[in-house]
Design a binder for this molecule. Structure first.
Ligand SMILES: Nc1nc2c(c(=O)[nH]1)N[C@H]1C(S)=C(S)[C@@H](COP(=O)(O)O)O[C@H]1N2
Ligand SMILES: [Mo]
Length: 519
């Protein structure tokens, strides 16, 4: 479906059109904010002039039946308000969606772009095709030319350096590393929390993700540990690494670049890669070209795209994405008692899994078995065992090990299972995974609900309607319906034939001793 008519076309500047020039030639769409407090102040003054449209209510109401599901008008306006360098960013970003992503992506939010692939295709391959890998953006897509690109390494290193892409690719300086890593957005499966217990909508729409905000790729680049060594090693106190992304980010009336941090401990164990290739192809623009961080096992937010600066610092970054977002609140904390310090910072992802086929509300004709497919992931180890239930979680079947894809230290396992199904009617299917640290998933959404609606890690549940053809009576009915060309689905359609002949009815009643007692 074509995107909704962008309301943002109607945007009108108030007063003089501002001018925040690009920082460097060959870096289109990159405005440096973090180095220039005066410029940040000027941008905040521009934003303060407007009453931007509030995000649409989509939690207490059904989601729009459109693709893109949500548009993101407010964020388009923010970019337009900044004048010439950023006003076209929403259109440029959408152009890359159309160019680099599969045509049937589910566009959860048009701008900043958030999209996930169709459920069935995501689990067909252990390595996600680049065109199918989910995308989660907080802003637009900068267009940085490879030849113009450089990465600055600053802060608590002995020998701060500026490295070009050519330097990073020089194998006489840096050994190359290829690692299979799953990236999972902490918003994956948020729709389940929204349906049951709505929470923070957020200024940058907390996207109503399904189960597809996870993907797996072979990332090629260099371990950040080697780059820091090349910069003379750490100075005393260098405990955290701050990543700067070239996109522009807005929060509560202020303007920033996308900045996050990870602890140095993660770097020391070679779990932070600076990558320029994704599945043996050069990194797509939408996934962070020319260079991005890939942080194994952590929430996707730390894997900074369009990475242009790395600062070694003492404490976790105070940038808003690190300090004010991606916080996990316990269920007693809500809108009016949440602070930045009383939520814990989401870093390592917990064990989680999802059933990707069948889909919720599918009505399935089968011969006593229903095939399930899905994924299983853990950020602190790897999935060891996947269990599925056909009765909402009383009886669990173990998915045999040979029905799980290969184990990796840092990636998911996809799985399939032929579930024995006897019953007819609605069944509650669910899945849970045990990881290598013996962790498993909370039972219900309620058990892990959190105000910011992150990390929906409870057992994933779907309802399917079973039509069991291995039952003679059902087989007979289906044969009649087929012969008459009658609709099988949806099951809610009225059935146009008699369920029994009068003769059959009377014969059955007689066997059963009649409808009513006789004395
Ligand atoms: N510069 C920058 N890096 C970013 C983001 C962003 O908006 N800007 N989004 C983060 C989030 S929240 C996630 S989940 C991952 C998604 O990576 P992908 O879009 O390549 O799948 O990128 C992370 N890196
Ligand atoms: Mo994310």
């Amino acid at each position: 479906m074509a995107p909704a008519e962008p309301n943002a076309k109607a945007f009108e500047h108030k007063g003089e059109v501002p001018n925040f020039p690009e920082e460097l030639p060959g870096w289109k769409g990159y405005v440096e904010w973090e180095k220039y407090p005066e410029k940040k102040k000027a941008a905040a003054e521009v934003l303060a002039q407007y009453d931007f449209p509030v995000p649409p209510e989509f939690q207490f109401k059904p989601l729009p039946d459109s693709n893109p599901i949500l548009e993101g008008v407010r964020w388009k306006y923010y970019h337009k308000a900044m004048g010439a360098t950023l006003e076209e960013i929403p259109d440029i970003s959408w152009k890359y969606v159309l160019k680099e992503k599969a045509p049937d992506m589910i566009h959860v939010l048009q701008f900043p772009y958030n999209g996930e692939p169709p459920r069935d295709r995501l689990v067909q391959t252990e390595i996600t095709r680049n065109a199918d890998h989910f995308v989660r953006n907080h802003g637009g897509i900068p267009e940085i030319e490879d030849d113009a690109f450089h990465l600055d390494i600053e802060g608590l290193v002995n020998d701060p350096k500026r490295l070009t892409l050519k330097d990073l690719k020089d194998e006489s300086i840096f050994p190359r590393q290829s690692t299979v890593v799953s990236l999972q957005c902490s918003g994956t499966r948020r729709i389940e929390q929204i349906h049951e217990y709505p929470g923070d909508g957020d200024e940058l729409i907390n996207a109503p993700w399904g189960e597809g905000a996870i993907g797996t790729a072979k990332w090629t680049g260099v371990s950040l540990k080697k780059v820091i060594k090349h910069c003379g090693g750490l100075k005393a106190g260098g405990q955290h690494v701050e990543f700067y992304g070239a996109d522009t980010y807005f929060k509560k009336g202020q303007v920033y670049n996308y900045v996050v941090s990870v602890p140095m401990r993660k770097v020391k164990i070679n779990e932070v890669i600076l990558a320029w290739e994704m599945n043996d192809e050069s990194l797509p623009k939408i996934h962070g070209a020319p260079l991005r961080a890939v942080v194994c096992g952590y929430i996707g937010a730390r894997s900074c795209k369009w990475l242009y600066r790395i600062r070694i610092i003492e404490d976790p970054s105070l940038a808003p994405v690190q300090m004010k977002e991606y916080l996990y609140y316990t269920p007693q904390i809500g809108k009016h008692n949440a602070t930045y310090s009383n939520g814990f910072s989401i870093q390592t992802m917990p064990v989680s899994s999802a059933i990707m086929t069948p889909l919720n509300h599918d009505q399935i004709i089968h011969d006593g078995k229903i095939k399930l497919t899905g994924w299983a992931y853990s950020g602190s180890g790897w999935p060891e065992r996947v269990e599925v239930s056909g009765d909402g979680g009383s009886i669990w079947y173990e998915v045999p090990f040979y029905k799980l894809s290969k184990k990796y230290f840092h990636a998911w396992r996809i799985w399939e299972y032929e579930m024995p199904v006897d019953a007819e009617g609605w069944l509650d299917f669910c899945v849970r995974t045990w990881d290598s640290s013996l962790n498993t998933q909370p039972t219900y959404v309620r058990s892990a609900w959190n105000w910011d609606l992150h990390v929906t890690s409870s057992c994933h549940r779907i309802k399917v309607y079973s039509i069991n053809r291995s039952k003679p009576a059902t087989a007979k009915r289906l044969a009649i319906m087929e012969e008459k060309g009658l609709t099988m689905v949806p099951i809610t359609q009225p059935i146009e034939i008699n369920l029994q002949s009068n003769e059959e009815y009377l014969a059955e009643m007689k066997k059963m001793g009649g409808r009513d007692p006789t004395e």
